[in-house]
Design a protein around this ligand. Structure first.
Ligand SMILES: [Zn+2]
Ligand SMILES: [Zn+2]
Length: 352
């Protein structure tokens, strides 16, 4: 008999943390923070932290790894399982870690298999089997990514937790991307510049690929941090789809020397436009001459949030998570008795 304890991430966008419990084994999936909350951590007592045998980290983003140090402070002594990208991007410094390099994890009657989830470098879904219990955890997932590798599982599980961060979004990933391209095209045609604040190790590269392949005649520039991240990621392209590796290198060559000020399309890794440098740049061109397009979460009090409030920026989600339509499709592709869509605002239970 398996018990699921939800510590965060269900009915909220962040703080993902789920514990599967058995008589003699406890496996935690992710341990993240909700950074917009006053108390950002999942509530984990010392006793609970000490009882966890294994912690599976799906990927590096802090809403999945940001509370690992807190868990360790609370007395966690188990083993961490994660890809090497997750461990390095999230700067996990812990003795007892096992790098997941494709081999299933097996110990006694416990089997954990996993595969790339199409969300960011090193992101993994997980499938746990222990005695007669079967459990699937998607982590953050996109079943139809442009750039990132995905190996779609076809899985039978009694319980599944699946990404539906865009729970109010009925358009599929393909449709959302087409709408985003249309929006950019409309404003470029008016002679405006486009500014795209993105996340470094996630939708940033997908968006760059989408924009570079859709707007070939335009000058695209990326800021210093994004360039550094691209260089770092070029050291290991195994997280990209096989047929996209050369494209990614070609895009880097195309953007690497372009100056932000002279570009038509500007990418910045300052997700909420919080540095003075980028604020000055945006302020100097915003009104008629540029449009900021936000594709992520709105952080209250940030410069980007104020632009959105003043309608100087437009928000359109980039589907590096799943929309309702993507999640439904994934649910139907597999055999899950019960599924809990997570990472969104609503709490729903789906039955087969
Ligand atoms: Zn993520
Ligand atoms: Zn997430």
């Amino acid at each position: 008999m398996m018990r699921l304890v939800i510590k965060g991430g269900y009915g909220e966008h962040g703080r993902s943390c789920f514990i599967t419990g058995f008589d003699d084994l406890r496996v935690m999936f992710d341990c993240g923070i909700l950074d917009t909350d006053q108390y950002p951590y999942p509530t984990i007592s010392k006793e609970e932290a000490q009882s966890i045998d294994l912690l599976f980290l799906s990927h590096a983003h802090k809403d999945h790894t940001g509370a690992v140090d807190h868990l360790i402070d609370q007395g966690f002594k188990g083993q961490i399982l994660a890809s090497k990208e997750t461990l390095s991007f999230a700067k996990i410094d812990y003795d007892n870690t096992l790098i997941l390099n494709g081999e299933p994890y097996q110990k006694g009657d416990l089997l954990i298999t996993y595969g790339p989830s199409g969300h960011c470098p090193g992101s993994l879904w997980a499938y746990l089997r222990y005695h007669d219990a079967t459990f699937f955890y998607s982590g953050d997932m996109q079943i139809d990514p442009l750039l990132y590798e995905i190996r779609l599982p076809k899985i039978k599980a009694k319980l599944a937790i699946i990404d539906m961060a865009h729970d109010a979004e009925l358009r599929s990933a393909k449709e959302l991307r087409a709408d985003l391209v249309d929006l950019i095209a409309e404003h470029l045609a008016k002679g405006q510049k486009i500014i795209l604040p993105v996340q470094l190790y996630g939708r940033g590269n997908e968006l760059l690929y989408l924009v570079a392949s859709s707007f070939k005649g335009h000058k695209i520039a990326v800021d210093r941090r994004m360039k550094e991240a691209m260089i770092l990621m070029m050291q290991d392209l195994s997280w990209l789809k096989e047929d996209k590796k050369d494209h990614f290198l070609a895009i880097y060559d195309m953007v690497k020397d372009n100056d932000l000020l002279n570009a038509n399309i500007i990418f910045t890794a300052d997700t909420h436009l919080e540095s003075k440098e980028i604020q000055d740049l945006v302020a100097s061109i915003i009104d008629d001459r540029a449009l900021v397009i936000a594709t992520g979460r709105k952080k209250q009090g940030s410069y980007l949030a104020s632009l959105l409030d003043e309608e100087k920026a437009i928000h359109i989600p980039y589907p590096h998570h799943q929309s309702r339509s993507d999640a439904k499709k994934f649910f139907e592709m597999n055999e899950f008795d019960v599924a809990l869509p997570f990472h969104g605002k609503r709490k729903e239970v789906w039955h087969r």
